[in-house]
Design a protein around this ligand. Structure first.
Ligand SMILES: [Zn+2]
Length: 307
């Protein structure tokens, strides 16, 4: 058995995963948003409560977080929950729980989860994408997470939107200091901002989707531009990584039309006469991150996870 914990912006979910990826126990608590010390405290208590529920102790623990651990300082970086940035989260959790904690980015956990029994089961190379408040990415090759030299493998959200079209430059300002990052176009907030720029109003992403389904022409046009941009952004990934499967997670991954329309529209940008890449939704939905966190530790006798 091993523990998976998913540290989200509003909630912290935890599971105990047993043999054959069965969920033995699960709990969730509210995230003490903006309070780092309380966040460490809540995660440590959650791990102990999960062990009690499973009747076990000293289980290995995987934690999915926003951002990544800096290879330079060992502290968190790139987190959109900014109270984590600069904090030694891994060291603080190991002080509380012992040397049995692994941390990975939430998009990495999603890709890992879906590569093991999920929507990308058995695929040699998987690119996992989170389309939510931000835009994250993770890469799993032959069941193993690709970390990279700087612990940012798959982080495509702050690359520029490729093959810019008229009106797309310099693009919206991004919190990272640059303009026109993929995240500024393809996150939920990016979608809403784009609609506001061209059509006014103050709709959130969800309202734009509902309006398009009701036949609103402006909302439909916004979603079509979104699909074209997602197609270009993913085509640039296909040209480099050539994954068998691209899995979408996060709020916008629930938009079913993406799986029909985006693969039609990425064809002109992919450097190949045919495109076999599959675009699929995360099979485990909201639970995929917490499952993937547990998969940071291999099942006994397997070589999954990551060192
Ligand atoms: Zn950026």
């Amino acid at each position: 058995m091993r523990i998976g914990i998913d540290l989200g912006g509003t909630k912290i979910a935890g599971v105990v995963m047993g043999a054959h990826a069965q969920i033995v126990a699960q709990q969730r608590v509210a995230t003490p948003a903006g309070d780092y010390a309380a966040t460490v405290d809540v995660i440590a208590h959650l791990a102990l409560r999960l062990e009690a529920a499973a009747g076990a102790s000293n289980l290995p623990i995987g934690v999915g977080t926003p951002g990544a651990i800096s290879t330079l300082t060992g502290r968190m970086k790139n987190c959109n929950s900014t109270c984590l940035n600069g904090q030694p989260l891994l060291a603080d959790l190991e002080t509380r729980l012992g040397p049995r904690v692994r941390i990975a980015n939430d998009a990495d956990c999603m890709a890992l989860s879906e590569a093991h029994g999920g929507a990308a089961d058995g695929a040699e190379t998987v690119f996992g994408v989170i389309l939510g408040t931000g835009v994250g990415g993770g890469i799993v090759v032959r069941g193993q997470l690709l970390r990279g030299a700087n612990a940012i493998a798959g982080e495509w959200g702050h690359n520029p939107l490729p093959w810019p079209q008229p009106g797309e430059l310099p693009g919206p300002a991004c919190y990272c200091g640059r303009s026109g990052c993929i995240e500024t176009w393809l996150s939920g907030t990016g979608l809403a901002a784009e609609h506001r720029r061209l059509h006014g109003g103050s709709w959130r992403g969800e309202q734009i989707v509902f309006a398009a389904e009701d036949g609103d022409a402006a909302a439909e046009a916004t979603l079509q531009r979104y699909e074209q941009r997602l197609a270009r952004a993913l085509a640039s990934i296909i040209n480099v990584l050539d994954p068998q499967v691209i899995v979408l997670g996060g709020g916008l991954s629930r938009l079913r039309r993406l799986y029909r329309n985006v693969p039609e529209q990425w064809k002109p940008w992919v450097f190949s006469d045919e495109v076999r890449t599959r675009l699929v939704a995360a099979q485990y939905g909201d639970a995929t991150g917490v499952r993937g966190a547990a998969w940071l530790w291999p099942e006994a006798g397997e070589a999954a996870g990551a060192a």
